[in-house]
Ligand binder design. Structure first.
Ligand SMILES: [Zn+2]
Length: 111
């Protein structure tokens, strides 16, 4: 195993997700390679730093707004099919979606 192979697949090794032959080869490479041991140390240090950070803080309306965006993404292909068939344009799912509840936007409105 080369250093590039080890480092490119490091997360599989670190999370024990590689197949058994890969895990053995990666362990053997690590035992004989100070460079990759240093790489592992740096990645693990980075993981610790990330874990020690507080999670993101979002407003109370984040989840409903996220669901709305996902709804639009899932709705897009169906709407395009309807438009191509001449069956009208944008769907209408209530006045609240037309901007009435858009205080403190995290995502710009694109309805
Ligand atoms: Zn190496």
């Amino acid at each position: 195993m080369t250093c590039s192979e080890f480092q490119n697949h490091f997360s599989d090794y670190h999370d024990s997700l590689g197949d058994p032959a890969f895990m053995v080869a990666a362990s053997a490479h690590l035992d004989g390679c100070p460079e990759c041991r240093r790489y592992r140390g740096e990645v693990e240090q980075g993981i610790e730093v990330l874990r020690s950070l507080p999670g993101p803080s979002v407003g109370d309306d984040f989840l409903p707004r996220l669901k709305h965006r996902i709804y639009h993404l899932e709705d897009g292909p169906a709407l395009r099919r309807r438009e191509m068939a001449g069956l009208g344009d944008h769907h209408d799912h209530g006045a609240r979606d037309r901007g009435a509840d858009r205080g403190g936007d995290l995502v710009p409105p694109q309805c």
